[in-house]
Design a protein around this ligand. Structure first.
Ligand SMILES: CC(C)(COP(=O)(O)OP(=O)(O)OC[C@H]1O[C@@H](n2cnc3c(N)ncnc32)[C@H](O)[C@@H]1OP(=O)(O)O)[C@@H](O)C(=O)NCCC(=O)NCCS
Length: 164
């Protein structure tokens, strides 16, 4: 499958959110808000009190023109300015295990490198729904540098990083 990357747009927001709904259903409301804020130029929203960067991208299948994966960057004000975080990364369930996840992650890391960040970071969990992601992260050298128990879900939150 040939894919191209496009910034998240108002025109394709509902398509992107349909993929979020099947992948991260418990975060749908939060992500809807974050996506919308990222598309607005208005920096007065409360979101910008704790965030510096919100930038989301879609991977689009060139032949069907469908959104097959999502990725993105964010940086909170509590983060260092030389670190960038991976945001809401996923592949459409019907397009998984065909290399799109690896390609999308590699593209995101490459973009971060081009932007001259020094650390690429993310948080993930030991939730079995995210188990395949752990194998992928390990294989690209995104190592766990911190673990935290999540009392709400009973899972561990894993913080991973790659030195760029
Ligand atoms: C994690 C995810 C993005 C991987 O996407 P994908 O397109 O299936 O990934 P790829 O086909 O590029 O495979 C990447 C690696 O994942 C593993 N993998 C993929 N499919 C697998 C399967 N069915 N069983 C076991 N491992 C598998 C392999 O290690 C594979 O490496 P390989 O290139 O050596 O084969 C996708 O499963 C997903 O969206 N999961 C739910 C959301 C999620 O967990 N996001 C991350 C949250 S932090």
């Amino acid at each position: 499958m040939n894919i191209r990357f496009e910034p998240l747009s108002k025109e394709r927001l509902s398509e992107a959110l349909a993929l979020i709904e099947v992948t991260f259903p418990e975060y749908l409301q939060h992500i809807t808000e974050v996506y919308k804020v990222s598309l607005e130029n208005d920096k007065t929203s409360k979101y910008w009190n704790s965030r510096r960067i919100l930038e989301y991208w879609m991977a689009i299948d060139s032949s069907s023109n469908k959104v097959v994966a999502l990725t993105g960057f964010y940086q909170l004000t509590e983060h260092l300015i030389n670190e960038i975080w991976l945001g809401w990364y996923c592949v459409d369930p019907s397009a998984r295990s065909k290399g799109i996840g690896r390609q999308t992650l590699q593209w995101t890391v490459d973009q971060a490198r081009k932007k001259r960040y020094e650390f690429f970071r993310l948080w993930t969990t030991t939730d079995p729904a995210e188990a395949i992601a752990q194998k992928l992260y390990d294989s690209v050298g995104l190592d766990v540098y911190k673990k935290k128990f999540n009392e709400k879900s009973g899972d561990m939150i894993l913080y991973r990083e790659l030195k760029l």
